[in-house]
Design a protein around this ligand. Structure first.
Ligand SMILES: Cc1ncc(COP(=O)(O)O)c(C=O)c1O
Length: 297
């Protein structure tokens, strides 16, 4: 085929990369890893599709969805956006920006609970061409007809597979009711205020140089998390969790704090920074004065 290249966000969450490799094996395409910020410019006449994580799961960097999508389209390529860390955290504008395809989960900022269902977005005009690699009875045009041959349902419903996880769906339905009457723009404003405030508290409480913020300071480049590089991050996070501050450790040295604005308040952000400072002080007694600048770039 003329378009035989799949571009993959060089920092992608691993699952997405595995799926891109699997798609490449099945279609005879080759994979090229490109930093997310350069994917728009890297799309060329051989690019079939590009995969980009809207927010980097490690650093919390928010990538330019409108610009990358437009640049890919100008090169005749499609883009698949992974919205795991943006759905429920910030306005995405799939229709507004002409996004082709998107996937994501509902157990992060949509708070659907562990194992809650994934979602798929296919732009309306692409839906008739969307050929699911995982057809099942539940994506059939006549699901209970049990026909031996496959006929896909119309619309995005053809992305379904088999028997749905009903209990998970019920939990998700309840979680989504919390959003009734809520504007995602307001959630975004609170998210940025929370992450700003958390960074201020870290700068005030944590001795200078003990942690380095790897999440961009610019709001336009920040998701809803703060990632702090820190020595012995795995043990530090274990201790934070033991004290009720539940974040993640991401290899090799990152502490990740996610802020879900509908559930997390300023007092939680302040306490998280204070407990972090306590844990670090206990590990390195006499570690110097706290001070602005402690979080670095
Ligand atoms: C950006 C991103 N993509 C994909 C996934 C994987 O999703 P799942 O395990 O639900 O397929 C995650 C999970 O943390 C993620 O952060």
């Amino acid at each position: 085929p003329a378009r035989d290249e799949i571009l993959v966000d060089a920092e992608t969450f691993p699952t997405d990369g595995y799926i891109a490799e699997s798609a490449a094996r099945m279609t005879g395409c080759r994979i090229r890893a490109v930093p997310a910020a350069e994917i728009g410019a890297a799309c060329g006449p051989r690019t079939a599709v590009a995969l980009v994580n809207h927010v980097d799961y490690r650093t919390g960097r928010l990538h330019d969805l409108p610009g990358t999508t437009a640049a890919a389209h100008a090169a005749g390529a499609l883009v698949v956006w992974d919205l795991c860390h943006s759905a429920g955290a910030l306005p995405v504008g799939l229709d507004a920006h002409g996004v082709d395809l998107a996937v994501g989960c509902t157990y992060k900022y949509l708070n659907g609970g562990p194992g809650s269902p994934a979602f798929l977005y296919v732009r309306r005009d692409l839906q008739p061409r969307f050929d699911s690699p995982l057809p099942g009875w539940n994506s059939h045009a006549d699901p209970f007809g049990m026909a031996p041959s496959y006929a896909p349902a119309d619309g995005a419903v053809r992305g379904r597979v088999g028997t749905p996880d009903i209990l998970s769906m019920l939990a998700l339905e309840a979680a989504l009711e919390v959003w009734d009457g809520v504007a995602v723009e307001d959630v975004r404003a609170k998210s940025l205020a929370l992450t700003d405030f958390f960074l201020e508290c870290v700068a005030a409480y944590v001795p200078r140089g003990r942690v380095e913020c790897v999440t961009p300071a610019a709001h336009a480049e920040r998701g809803s998390q703060v990632a702090l590089r820190c020595e012995d991050a795995e043990e530090v996070m274990r201790e934070l969790i033991a004290r009720g501050v539940v974040g993640d450790f991401r290899r090799p040295d990152v502490l990740r704090f996610g802020f879900t604005p509908l559930y997390v308040g300023y007092a939680d952000a302040e306490r998280a920074a204070r407990v972090l400072a306590d844990v670090l002080a206990e590990r390195h007694p006499g570690g110097g004065p706290p001070g602005a600048g402690g979080t670095g770039g």
